[in-house]
Design a protein around this ligand. Structure first.
Ligand code: PLP
Length: 371
């Protein structure tokens, strides 16, 4: 029995990669803004329809560098329903995460919960377009503008996602993308910061390279977020295939929707109006009473059948030891996030998932109905 994981990366054809490697071997220019790095940044900005983009070695370092570039301090209002990187970046930059509850239908930070969390120490809001569902940007922007806060999106899940034809990565002061192996678009490891502000882009690029502005000027204690030529070339090739990747994922999502829509106790998500989705995740909510089985039991049953669905995002970030003592993290303060974390299960979704695999997955879920 071949295991089926929640995701499986798509790699570019190896034969297309070899000529790039030969050029890199020839030039011996391995990193520090090489030709493929420059080409990839330009091609990516063009594909995504964004103004300024800085390619990073991973999303985590991009988040930390972005916070530093924006000079975010004090308290940052964020969501507990995310991958730990969001919360860790806030903590590692010397700030305190303040958790707000999420919306029940999209699982993104609820803008109506944000205002009551603002204190004199608040300097930023860091929402997450979780599962590729765009946040309610207009409402969040209005709050940020009213209180003079920075708006920095963890946009790790929205590669290629558009709302009303506009790339969601354009929103806010800054957006962070991730190109980790498990994401819709991968450069093995990788990430990016996106902004509409030319001066901010410059500062980001200095901070990405230890803070060097030129050979003798270091503007601040920057980190090392640079990317090598090998991954830049790999990314250039990947970009040609990402639309096909998204189209195949969409077919998987449509199959699940068709076959799971009438399963009592299972809730699924549909496309949001005006949104071009990327189908990076397929979360379902398991209502134990109506379904006759808990989420954890379904997770174990899948596992016993070689299917490794994942409980993204459980536990909540607010439940980890570093954060659970924070006032905003105390049990009962985040009821919708707490309920979602108990009920959510992400089903396998990737371009290489076969019809047979999909059939097996929905059959395992249906079999609970006729116990
Ligand atoms: C993947 C991910 C990150 C981190 O990105 P890396 O490239 O793995 O460092 C941050 N936030 C969210 C929501 C993610 O899913």
């Amino acid at each position: 029995m071949k295991p089926i994981y929640v995701t499986s990366p798509s790699l570019p054809p190896l034969a297309e990669f070899i000529p790039y490697l030969e050029k890199i071997w020839e030039s011996k220019w391995l990193t520090n803004n090489g030709q493929f790095h420059q080409q990839f940044e330009a091609a990516l900005a063009d594909y995504l329809g964004v103004k300024y983009l800085s390619f990073f070695t991973n999303g985590m370092i991009a988040l930390q560098t972005g916070m530093q570039a924006l000079r975010i301090t004090g308290e940052v209002i964020t969501t507990p329903f995310t991958f730990v990187a969001t919360t860790h970046a806030i903590h590692l930059n010397g700030c305190t995460p303040v958790f707000g509850d999420i919306e029940p239908d999209t699982f993104t930070l609820d803008p109506d919960k944000v205002e009551s969390l603002i204190t004199p120490r608040t300097t930023a809001i860091m929402p997450v377009h979780v599962y590729g569902n765009p946040c309610q940007h207009e409402k969040l922007k209005k709050i940020a503008d009213t209180y003079g806060l920075k708006l920095f999106y963890d946009a790790a899940h929205v590669f290629g996602v558009k709302q009303d034809g506009v790339s969601v990565a354009n929103w806010g002061d800054l957006s962070m993308l991730s190109f980790h192996a498990t994401k819709v678009f991968n450069t093995l490891e990788g990430g990016a910061l996106v902004t509409n502000d030319a001066i901010l882009k410059k500062r980001i690029d200095f901070l990405r390279n230890f803070g060097f502005q030129d050979e003798v000027t270091v503007i601040a204690p920057g980190s090392n977020g640079k990317v090598d030529e090998v991954r830049s070339a790999y990314g250039l090739i990947q970009l040609k295939y990402v639309d096909a990747e998204i189209a195949k994922r969409q077919m998987v999502a449509e199959f699940y929707r068709e076959h799971l829509q009438n399963v009592p106790g299972i809730s699924i998500l549909y496309d949001l109006p005006g949104v071009r989705h990327n189908y990076g995740y397929f979360p379902v909510l398991v209502d134990a009473e109506a379904y006759g089985m808990t989420r954890d039991d379904l997770y174990e049953k899948f596992k016993a059948n070689g299917i490794f669905a994942r409980r993204y995002f459980y536990p909540l970030c607010s439940e980890f030891p570093t954060y659970r003592g924070l006032p905003s993290a105390l049990p009962g303060n985040l009821p919708i996030a707490e309920k979602t974390a108990q009920e959510v299960l992400c089903l396998p979704i990737f371009a290489g998932l076969t019809a047979c695999d999909m059939q097996k997955i929905v059959e395992l879920m249906h079999s609970e109905m006729v116990r």
